[in-house]
Write a protein that binds this ligand. Structure first.
Ligand code: ATP
Ligand code: MG
Length: 354
């Protein structure tokens, strides 16, 4: 298979860990006879420094002509005082919008060797392996601009969805569930919200197309509680933008470190943008100690969702599992035993396994 990947290293540790992901993709390409070509472009603070804008036109154009995009992270104290159009985060929001990425996938897994790194009890975290599918371009965060207001006495935010917007995210979730354990939980607040009633209706309609998937509806408050009392109950969760934002941060405590969490942002076709959940971590940037696993696991998602290479994605995921089992870990993981290593060594161990 021949594919073009755009690399957007961005700022801070983003630029360090993206190189790890590239090494892993190269190892997969060599082992399984694929040809991946790369183009690197600027985004975020480094793009402001080089091009005077957080999202240069050439970056957007390159992403549009690629098969998939890998992004490191953007931001840092250097640009904190910049005016709003010169903020690194504008680059990230801008590229998501320009590429119409409406589906945000966040897999969350309690790795056996990291169970005690979580603040939750080991027996609760053990065996948890879930995927949150969050709607990313609609709902309360966007609303209806003409209705949004704040006059100092009264404020209005609107939660608006078109049926088609719900259909496409629900389809993504069913597709994701069909290559997992085939259990889909649709999370809403249908006892009080109109938007949730339509959401439920769409899920009920769509499930006819996926007869092998078990579907249930759960209210968001109940889901929030079950996520930390019995996380292994869940396989795939699908939900609207704000519920997804809150639940995915809540679920991130299962893994014990931000440095372990990958994400995918997708649209209807196979194209996607893949990035770690963590930010540019300016406090540890340039020291060679960043955990590359979130970025490497993001590359696994790229193989799975954009290139349909589920086997290769699993190989990368097993490699990560394996190096953790061997006791290798970076400093962000709260582990006493085993061997503490830096970004480069960790990457080397993963590549060796592949
Ligand atoms: P953003 O605003 O971009 O979300 P943030 O400040 O919320 O950024 P991060 O930049 O992700 O969050 O950093 C939060 C903390 O987690 C920092 O102390 C950072 O060093 C640590 N951290 C984040 N990612 C990693 C990683 N891959 N390896 C090691 N430590 C990390
Ligand atoms: Mg943050």
């Amino acid at each position: 298979m021949t594919k073009k990947i755009v690399l957007l290293p961005g700022d801070g540790i983003g630029a360090e860990v993206i190189d790890s992901a590239k090494q892993v993709l190269d190892a997969i390409a060599e082992e399984y006879n694929h040809t991946f070509s790369y183009e690197t472009h600027a985004i975020g603070g480094s793009a402001i420094d080089e091009h005077g804008t957080p999202l240069p036109d050439e970056t957007t154009a390159a992403c549009k002509s690629a098969d998939a995009v890998l992004l490191g992270a953007v931001g840092g104290p250097k640009w904190d005082q910049n005016p709003s159009h010169l903020r690194p985060e504008k680059g990230l929001l801008g590229i998501r919008k320009a590429l119409d990425l409406f589906a945000n996938l966040r897999p969350i897994q309690g790795f056996d060797n990291l169970l005690h790194a979580s603040p939750l009890k080991e027996e609760v975290v053990k065996g948890s392996d879930l995927l949150i599918v969050r709607e990313l371009t609609g709902g309360l965060y966007f609303g209806t601009p003409s209705e949004r207001r704040n006059n100092g006495h009264s404020v209005v935010d609107t939660l608006a969805y078109e049926r088609a917007e719900i259909e496409r995210i629900v389809d993504k979730a069913f597709q994701a569930a069909s290559i997992r354990r085939k259990h889909l939980t649709s999370v809403d607040k249908a006892n009080v919200l109109e938007s949730s009633k339509l959401w439920r209706e769409v899920v009920e309609e769509k499930k006819e197309n996926y007869p092998d998937i078990t579907v249930e509806h759960m209210l968001v408050d109940a889901a929030a509680m079950r996520l930390i009392t019995n996380p292994s109950y869940f396989d795939v969760i699908v939900t609207e933008n704000m519920f997804g934002d809150i639940l995915s941060d809540e679920a991130s405590v299962l893994t014990g470190s931000l440095g372990m969490l990958p994400s995918a942002s997708l649209r209807e076709d196979s194209f996607g943008l893949y990035e770690p959940v963590h930010g540019s971590a300016p406090d540890i940037a340039g020291q060679g100690i960043a955990n590359p696993l979130a970025m490497i696991l993001s590359a696994a998602l790229l193989l799975r969702h954009s290139f349909n290479l589920d086997n290769e994605a699993r190989i990368v995921e097993s490699a990560v599992q394996n190096v953790l089992e061997q006791g290798y870990h970076t400093g962000d993981l709260n582990i006493i035993d085993g061997q503490k290593v830096g970004t480069e060594k960790m990457t080397e161990r993963v590549v060796d396994y592949i």
